[in-house]
Design a protein around this ligand. Structure first.
Ligand code: NAP
Length: 236
């Protein structure tokens, strides 16, 4: 039986999939909560739409089956997110609720469902963004949700005081995933402009962010921290 387990939302592609692969490589069991399967060998998939609002009983059962008997650490990683284009002056309630449901409400609910399985050395990790601590034009719901995640992480730290369970928020910069490619389209010039915004002049790989997240999962000293993993951003 696998002793350590990771529950990763959105492990079907991008950063979440790279993280699932890293956990597997390190000998952890992995439960992927996403609409699509992860394609990483050995990962247990539960097809779930975190925006649907009706997934709690199924996830509760899957958690019991997968990690109920786990004897080691459990790491819950809130990675799944929706990235919409909208703005703070025209945003509708429905648009905002759609994004908050997946990006903020689902993590809070998953914390409650997973809490019984979190023992010494376990962790709750949040995937934020550079936009957890600053804003750009045209991403109001996403920016709002990513700021909220930092608040949820800091509350998590305080509410877990004395438990030996730790938490952190890792904030990726521009990472080469479907989310970023959808945002940039097939525009090579735009991609080059974005890459030039890092002091290293390139995009981050999903594996690099997975490495930081794995470090956080296995390092209790990093507790209550917001970690920017962005290769250094060029400020203009
Ligand atoms: N890429 C970047 O440049 C960048 C920068 C900063 C922060 N981030 C953050 O990094 C995290 C991962 O992003 P990524 O770039 O890897 O994105 P991605 O390639 O678009 O992957 C997003 C993941 O979220 C899952 N997801 C989305 N909606 C869902 C829903 N309703 N229910 C369940 N799962 C859902 C998707 O799974 P299914 O479609 O299978 O459901 C997918 O696995 C996100 O929190 C994002 O905000 C990314």
């Amino acid at each position: 039986m696998t002793n350590d387990w990771a529950i990763v939302t959105g492990a079907s592609r991008g950063i979440g999939q790279a993280l699932a692969a890293r956990f597997r490589q390190e000998g952890w069991g992995v439960l992927n909560l996403a609409r699509q399967p992860s394609h990483v060998p050995g990962v247990v998939d539960l097809s779930v739409d975190l925006g649907s609002g009706d997934w709690e009983p199924r996830v509760e059962a899957a958690l019991r089956d997968a990690v109920g008997q786990a004897k080691g650490r459990v790491s819950l990683v809130h990675n799944a997110a929706i990235y919409d284009h909208d703005d703070a002056l025209t945003l509708t309630a429905a648009q905002l609720r759609r994004v908050l449901e997946v990006n903020v409400v689902a993590p809070a609910v998953l914390n409650r469902l997973t809490r019984p399985y979190l023992g010494d050395g376990s962790s709750i990790l949040y995937v934020g963004s550079t936009l957890s601590e600053k804003a750009v034009r045209g991403n109001a719901s996403y920016v709002t949700s990513k700021h909220a995640l930092v608040g949820l992480m800091r509350s998590t730290c305080q509410d877990l005081a004395g438990t030996r369970i730790h938490t952190a928020c890792v904030c990726p910069g521009f990472t080469d995933t479907e989310m970023l490619r959808e945002h940039l389209g097939d525009d090579a010039a735009r991609t080059a402009t974005i890459a030039a915004k890092s002091t290293f002049g390139r995009l981050i790989t999903p594996e690099e962010i997975a490495h930081v997240l794995y470090f956080c999962a296995t390092t209790p000293t990093v507790n209550g921290a917001v970690l920017h993993a962005n290769l250094g951003q060029v400020e203009t």
